[in-house]
Design a protein around this ligand. Structure first.
Ligand code: BES
Ligand code: ZN
Ligand code: ZN
Length: 488
């Protein structure tokens, strides 16, 4: 973390000591709320009004305000992420300022419709304050963590307090997912992944268990076993179960690709492509974070989580291109490329998830580079035959700014993964690689269960969409899924 952060709320700034201030300001508004921009020299305000500037920074020479950041609200340019992104950036900027108390004025002049609701507008701002504080610094010897008290100003104190406490729970789950995706594979093996999940999710309503290698051998989960075989670190099928106190409205299964490291196997990756593969369990991290967030807020949805946790390595025991695997479902897989391992482990996990007869299955996987070729890294790909399900997820994605985009998923793609030797091939042609990967998964899902596949290979890794997705892998999908489940 950048700071030892403490977020509170108040109606007005009352401070004996000097403090920082963040305000939002909409230029050219007829009635200029003078309190917000008092004492700011007009040439600075003019900068904000005229130019491409997003914010100005001002150091008043008298009074209690040590430094004042004014963020411009441009009605034409504002997005659902504006407050979140700006405040995350502000928290990061305050690392350089000498303040230990910061007021953030969230009494905005307008109700900006883009935010869906006033509550969510405020929540997105509070999320930004927390998200800006994230860093993955456990391996740095030098950690200078100053205290920072952030006091959110708003007229409605009851509402604000509720939002702060709910958001703190949510972001704790997001940070757990971020910590998992940033952890190097040397210290996040399938087994230690399981143990870390067990330790963190010690909540009465959650059960965390796992099938061991021996147990998977007994029931012939050969797809997971094949991919895991090349590693000294044996595979696990990690299972999570959140059963709410109240009667659940729905039972949903979440399945996440948990490849703790992907060398590509014998279809080995080049060095450049391998560097980021500690994050190939990002889908699993999304599942874990979502279940944690749901449980902490007592959401009335029963959640099942399934994580095939394996390391895709090379050794005398590793699986090879040309191998044919009989999966847990009984269907056989023609291994044409050992680097398309995610779909192989998900095959068994999806079959297993279907046995629990959930009302929906949503899977998350850093499945293909092809999805990022198609969409760039700002959006995850969505694949489904159940349109209303993906519509809801896409809406939550816009709101939380964990953006999704739907790709085609028609029958015409099915023939691309036919094999002469087995029931299905794990490799399609070059074009449409994200779609054929999804089509492979479809083979292992019970047709009667509504299912959505989300390929988050782009946005799960650090990128430059906003101030809080830079530097570190993101934990993409937890806020999105929490919103989706909360609004059932
Ligand atoms: N884990 C990778 C996909 C990936 C790529 C995730 C970049 C995050 C960033 C996956 O297992 C993989 O290697 N997929 C292959 C599939 C191909 C062999 C059909 C790919 O995308 O090249
Ligand atoms: Zn791979
Ligand atoms: Zn992979």
């Amino acid at each position: 973390m950048l700071f030892e952060l403490n977020v509170k709320s108040a109606i007005n700034p009352v401070s004996k000591t000097e403090y920082g201030l963040v305000t939002f300001y909409e230029p050219n508004k007829k009635k200029k709320s003078s309190a917000k921009i008092n004492n700011i020299p007009s040439y600075l305000l003019k900068n904000l009004e005229d130019k491409e500037t997003d914010y100005i920074k001002y150091y008043p020479d008298k009074g209690k305000i040590l430094v004042h950041f004014v963020y411009k609200i441009d009605k034409e340019k504002i997005t659902q992420d504006y407050l979140r992104d700006a405040l995350a950036g502000a928290i990061q900027a305050f690392e350089k300022e000498n303040v230990s108390r910061l007021y953030v004025d969230l009494n905005l002049d307008n109700e900006y419709k883009i935010f869906n609701s006033i509550e969510y507008m405020l929540q997105s701002a509070v999320e930004g304050i927390f998200l800006g504080n994230y860093s993955f610094d456990k391996y740095k010897n030098e950690k200078k963590r100053k205290k920072l008290e952030v006091i959110v100003l708003h007229q409605n104190q009851n509402l604000m307090r509720k939002i702060i406490s709910e958001t703190a729970h949510l972001i704790d789950a997001v940070f757990f997912a971020k910590d998992l995706v940033n952890e190097p594979a040397i210290s996040l093996t399938p087994k230690s992944f399981f143990q870390r999940i067990k330790n963190k999710l010690k909540i009465a309503e959650i059960k965390v268990t796992a099938l061991t290698k021996a147990e998977m051998q007994k029931i012939k989960m050969n797809a997971i076993l094949a991919v895991g075989n090349g590693s000294e670190n044996p595979p696990y099928l990690i299972k999570l179960h959140y059963k709410p106190k109240q009667k659940p409205k729905k039972k949903i299964a979440l399945v996440g690709k948990g490849v703790t490291y992907d060398t590509g196997g014998y279809s080995i990756k080049p060095t450049n492509g391998m560097y980021e593969m500690k994050a190939d369990m990002a889908g699993a991290a999304t599942v874990v974070g979502t279940i944690l967030a749901a449980a902490k807020s007592n959401l009335p949805i029963e959640l099942l989580g399934y994580i095939p946790a394996v390391e895709n390595m090379i050794s005398g025991k590793a699986y090879r291109p040309g191998d044919i695997i009989r999966s847990y479902s009984g269907k056989t897989i023609d291994v044409k490329d050992t680097d398309a391992e995610g779909r192989i482990v998900l095959a068994d996990a999806l079959t297993y998830a279907c046995e629990a007869k959930p009302e929906q299955i949503i899977d998350f996987a850093t499945l293909t580079g092809a999805v990022a070729v198609a969409l760039g890294v700002y959006r995850a790909g969505v694949f489904t035959n159940v349109q209303e399900l993906s519509d809801k997820l896409i809406d939550s994605g816009e709101k939380t700014y964990e953006l999704l985009w739907q790709l085609p998923f028609g029958k015409e793609y099915e023939k691309l993964i036919k094999s002469d030797l087995a029931d299905v091939s794990n490799l399609g042609p070059r074009w449409g690689g994200a779609i054929t990967a999804g089509k492979f998964l479809e083979h292992f899902v019970d047709k009667k269960i509504p299912w959505v596949h989300i390929d988050l290979a782009g946005p799960a890794l650090s990128h430059d969409l906003n101030s809080y997705s830079k530097k570190y892998n993101t934990g993409f999908g937890v806020r999105l899924m929490y919103d989706y489940l909360k609004n059932f």
